[in-house]
Ligand binder design. Structure first.
Ligand code: FAD
Length: 315
């Protein structure tokens, strides 16, 4: 991939020692605020109101991953339930494309616990899906590193029996994903296709930028030609253009797919797509556990690292 520092930054994303050092610095927080909507619920609600007012839809990520005890998993599920009932009152949740969604990392709900991780994550995700159903919101399960993919897709399959609108994420950099797209492109499925944000070995993942982009386009074609609801999660102008060409050739209507981007990235393009009549959903991350998420954003783009280092130098 293009960023030579990507492997080092992604390794740092998993280091508790570096996390302790960086999260203690006030200047880091200033840069983090570009990508994270705030620490608390009030800040989230303010950011959500602004985005909804501009015609964009939301998916909310309460930051946290790889928790180490069950109490944290319970707290995370409870937090999502509270946020859903607070934001659910903002209305407009009965449309065929639902403006409000939450994104869940199963590792934050217990998947990474050594005993019964899958069952614990399933139970907590089930609670969040029930809360979402009660206010007419959607849920999508994020994709984490490749060692979790089978477990995550198994849990999604189980939950979809009861919550057929449950979405999941597939990562185009994984060699298996084109086949997963074929399996999951059936009626009613909602698949968010992204390039992938973790450090993965060449045995399971394409590592060159060109190969990842080609895989993305192959996977997207499968989803667009399928019967589900593709969610095109990318800021890449070439991917967005190709997606629009595929929409035209497959004669999809605007309610039959959506674009997604991350909070704080390509804001003008987000507004442009929404103003052109496309559904554009913003992935809004918030909460105090921003370290891993922030480091993955630095790894994606050398310019972000430069911006971060400049802010540190100006302290
Ligand atoms: P790139 O080729 O990386 O970027 C294209 C252009 O977008 C860049 O030239 C730049 O202009 C802009 N850009 C991209 N990244 C940044 C950035 N960090 N800062 C500033 N500008 C940037 N990954 C997972 O592994 N699992 C998930 O569950 C997951 N969910 C996601 C949900 C959404 C809605 C989105 C948009 C991404 C998600 N990702 C997830 C991250 C994704 O895998 C990529 O790492 C990320 O989106 C960058 O890839 P890109 O397609 O935007 O293309």
């Amino acid at each position: 991939m293009a960023n030579p520092l990507r492997p080092a930054l992604l390794a740092a994303a998993r280091s508790p020692r570096i996390a302790r050092t960086l999260t203690g610095l006030r200047t880091t927080k200033k840069v983090v605020d570009r990508f994270v909507a705030g620490d608390c619920e009030d800040q989230l609600v303010a950011a959500a109101d602004t985005l909804l007012a501009s015609g964009r839809h939301l998916t909310i990520d309460y930051l946290g991953e790889d928790i180490t005890d069950i109490a944290q998993a319970k707290d995370t599920a409870a937090h999502y339930r509270t946020v859903l009932s607070a934001l659910g009152e903002s209305g407009a949740t009965s449309e065929s494309v639902r403006p409000l969604e939450v994104s869940l990392k199963l590792s934050a709900l217990g998947q990474s616990l050594p005993r019964d991780g899958d069952a614990i994550a399933l139970e907590h995700a089930h609670q969040v899906c029930e809360a979402a159903a009660a206010v007419g919101a959607w849920v999508t399960i994020d994709a984490e590193d490749h060692t979790t993919t089978d477990s995550t897709l198994g849990i999604v399959r189980e939950l979809r029996g009861e919550f057929p609108w449950l979405g999941t994420v597939l990562q185009a950099y994984l060699r298996r994903t084109e086949a997963d797209c074929r399996d999951l492109a059936g009626p009613g499925s909602r698949i968010r296709l992204c390039k992938g944000a973790y450090q993965e070995p060449a045995t399971v993942a394409y590592r060159e930028r060109e190969a990842v982009d080609q895989s993305y386009l192959r996977c997207l074609r499968v989803l667009m030609e399928g019967r589900g609801y593709p969610m095109v999660a990318s800021h890449d102008p070439a991917i967005i253009e190709s997606a629009l060409r595929m929409v035209a050739t497959t004669e999809r209507k605007n309610d039959e797919f959506e674009f997604q981007m991350l909070y704080g990235i390509r804001d003008a393009e987000q507004r442009r797509l929404a103003a052109a009549g496309y559904h554009l959903r913003v992935y809004v991350a918030y909460g105090s556990q921003w370290y891993g998420y922030f480091m993955r954003r630095l790894a994606e783009r050398p310019a972000n690292l430069t911006f971060f280092l400049r802010a540190m130098a100006e302290r």
